[in-house]
Ligand binder design. Structure first.
Ligand SMILES: [Zn+2]
Length: 464
């Protein structure tokens, strides 16, 4: 059988790997390439897996760099089944509709800007393609083996990365050749709020593993809950507001959960808290739906608190008008809003009204890519450009690190060790990582792999 690497090969977006036997073609993930506009568009428009001939897609989780191009695949002729976990199916629907909406708005803006000089820019896919894609999804429960036929079985194991995220196990028969293939998707970490820990497997003939932070050890998470409380209360005492830019999927729910715990223990100072992101509100509903799959701490809380994403003083803001009205209120409050890197979304308006007042605080809780507004705030530049205007950055800026959803070198070591206790790894492929991280993980992984370790290039095919 063959595996061809069609994305996330030597880079970190566009996850897509094709597993082929004599009788089947199955795709692992079908993610969006993200990066410079023209280059990503070209990569996202072209499929090298012959979509019409792909029998099935197995989706590891609902991040857009793993599922974002499924509607494009459907549009290009794919009519097979998409297997994923139940929570992944629900979250992917929201993420893909959001992606279609962003593309629609983007194409309108670009068509206006390029008027006359360029034919209109079409979105890569629309709501209709998303709906048709969702109809092709076949959700499976964790731990259940599912047969595509006697020659091809699959099973999902918790990956601990985001809600619904899975490690994919395949049991594949090609003639007399039998292989157990494991694809980590994105591997999470132990002890993270809300999520269960990643689960080890029992060896594999072929391991395809991500290596995003293979060369890094994350800083200790510390007590983020207590730090949040202290910063919010100090800001309130000064009469200021706290703005927390946060991704709608995952980070927002972690913060709300921490604040809910503080509220329940009587430690949260009395002030209004707003979640101002319609996508985050919809994602939170899915977290509630699957709360029985969350970690042991949540299960303990649920015994006395039937909704860990709601507490007195917390409001989920829906309408744009309500969002704008928050900036007219002159009282201490907390606003949790997307996007996490402050590049777009409602948080930009809140920052515009907040950054020049020294009573206020911005808490950054995730990675801030270069050239983003988040990065400029993180660097505490004297002036930051918001909606085309330079504004003095006078507010307090805090960075709370340690909530990364990706395994670091320590987590990989733990997972490799546990996963080879009852069986070894045959050959291995390192994907979803910049070269420095795959190179750094290579010597560690070598201790657990019997055969070769490859760092595939885009489009490279291997007989396994
Ligand atoms: Zn991910």
């Amino acid at each position: 059988m063959k595996i061809t690497f069609l994305g996330a090969a030597g880079e970190v977006t566009g996850s897509q790997h094709l597993v082929e036997t004599r009788d089947r073609r199955v795709l692992l993930d079908c993610g969006f390439f993200q990066g410079r506009r023209a280059e990503s568009r070209e990569k996202n428009e072209q499929f090298h897996c012959r979509p019409k001939d792909v029998d099935a897609v197995i989706l590891s989780h609902a991040h857009i760099d793993h599922c974002g191009n499924l509607p494009g695949l459907y549009k290009a002729g794919f009519h097979g089944t998409i297997f994923c976990t139940e929570a992944t199916a629900d979250i992917a629907e929201l993420m893909l509709l959001d992606s279609a909406h962003i593309q629609f708005e983007d194409s309108k803006y670009l068509s206006r800007k390029l008027k006359g000089k360029h034919p209109p820019v079409e979105p890569l896919y629309t709501d209709e393609h998303v709906k048709a894609t969702i109809n092709r999804m076949h959700p499976l429960t964790f731990g259940e083996w599912h047969e595509l036929g006697e020659d091809f079985k699959l099973r999902f194991v918790p990956a601990g990365h985001i809600l619904g995220s899975a490690i994919v196990e395949l049991d594949v028969l090609d003639g007399t050749d039998h292989k157990h293939i494991v694809f980590t998707g994105d591997l999470g970490r132990r002890g993270m709020p809300l999520l269960v820990d990643p689960q080890p497997v029992e060896g594999a003939d072929v391991l395809i593993t991500e290596c995003l932070y293979g060369g890094r050890v994350h800083p200790p998470a510390g007590d983020i809950k207590t730090q949040l409380k202290e910063i919010i209360c100090e800001t309130m005492d000064k009469g200021g507001r706290t703005i927390i830019p946060a991704f709608s999927l995952g980070r927002t729910q972690q913060i709300v959960y921490f604040l809910n715990e503080l509220f329940n223990s009587g430690d949260l100072c009395p002030l209004p808290v707003f979640v101002d992101s319609p996508l985050a509100t919809r994602v939170t509903k899915i977290f509630r739906r699957y709360d029985e799959t969350l970690d042991a701490d949540v299960q303990r809380s649920l015994l006395t608190d039937k909704d860990v994403f709601s507490f007195g003083g917390l409001r989920y803001v829906d309408k744009q008008k309500e969002s704008a009205a928050l900036n007219e209120r002159d009282e201490p409050m907390v606003i949790i809003s997307a996007s996490g890197m402050c590049e777009n979304g409602r948080v930009v308006h809140h920052l515009k009204h907040a950054v020049s007042d020294e009573r206020n605080t911005v808490i950054l809780m995730g990675y801030q890519a270069p050239h983003t507004l988040g990065r400029r705030i993180q660097e505490r530049q004297e002036f930051v450009r918001i909606f085309g205007r330079e504004q003095p950055l006078k507010c307090r800026v805090e960075q709370l690190s340690g909530l990364s959803a990706h395994a670091d070198a320590t987590d990989f070591k733990w997972w490799f060790e546990k996963s080879t206790e009852k069986g070894s790894f045959g050959q291995a492929f390192l994907v979803h990582g910049e070269p420095e991280h795959s190179a750094a993980l290579m010597p560690l992984l070598r201790n657990y792999v019997d055969e070769e370790i490859h760092i595939p290039q885009w489009g490279e095919t291997f007989e396994v």
